[in-house]
Design a protein around this ligand. Sequence first.
Ligand code: NAD
Length: 252
Amino acid sequence: MFSLLGKQAVITGAGSGIGQAIAALFARQGATVHIIELTAEAGQETAELIRQAGGTAHVYAADVSQSEPVQAAFQAIGRVDILVNNAGIAHVGNVENTAEADFDRVYGVNVKGAYHCLRAAVPGMRAQGGGVVLNLASIAAHVGLTDRFAYSVSKGAIFAMTLSVARDYLAAGIRCNSISPARVHTPFVDGFVAKNYPGQEEEIFDKLSKSQPIGRMGRPEEVAALALYLCSDEAAFITGCDYPLDGGFIKL
Ligand code: NAD
């Protein structure tokens, strides 16, 4: 079950956290993994982990918010069976204290990043008769997290992008779904806490864990397991769906 043998999988932001866990699991299941990261160095650790485990991984340096480097990376990659739009950044602030430059930066990576990758990958998927896209949304898209205006807006756009792509390319055999995690313990969270709450890391970390109904943060591997299912042939009947992976955050 859940074999990705022979599949070419592109995962953006796979140098760290959730993307790294997805890349490692996809490689273990037989996929050739193509890592798109801000710099080649940022993708090396994941590529090495995969190679040491006997898998195949390639790294491409591209800022997903920029169209040209993304196009160049996909040209070098060639065939794409699976695209995981995972690269993302966060920002703290309500609408009044979100500067336009910050809004543009978050939107540029989280939304335009996914758009650029779709523009590069979809024509090939269509020509080859199908493919799978998985987007990383967030519970922020469902509940509008406090003081996360730009981030929530960007993830809401991902939510709609998933539906739009799923609808437009249903007949072309391209499935598109998203996962909405609650807080998952990754360098994304560590960096966020260190930057915004210096000196209070332990207290905030504890607060974040307790703010999840289940009493802890998620683990990258738990997101990767769902990602594997959604990108596998076993999920062939699933498209246009968002899957909260949230320890009960949205509903409990
Ligand atoms: P992370 O910060 O640990 O990893 C993100 C990776 O993306 C980094 O390696 C970074 O170098 C790369 N990246 C950032 N900007 C990039 C760009 N412009 N071009 C290419 N690569 C870029 O983050 P994570 O926690 O693993 O989050 C991954 C995704 O999951 C993000 O989209 C995030 O919004 C989403 N998410 C995370 C959480 C969480 O709690 N960790 C919760 C909900 C959703």
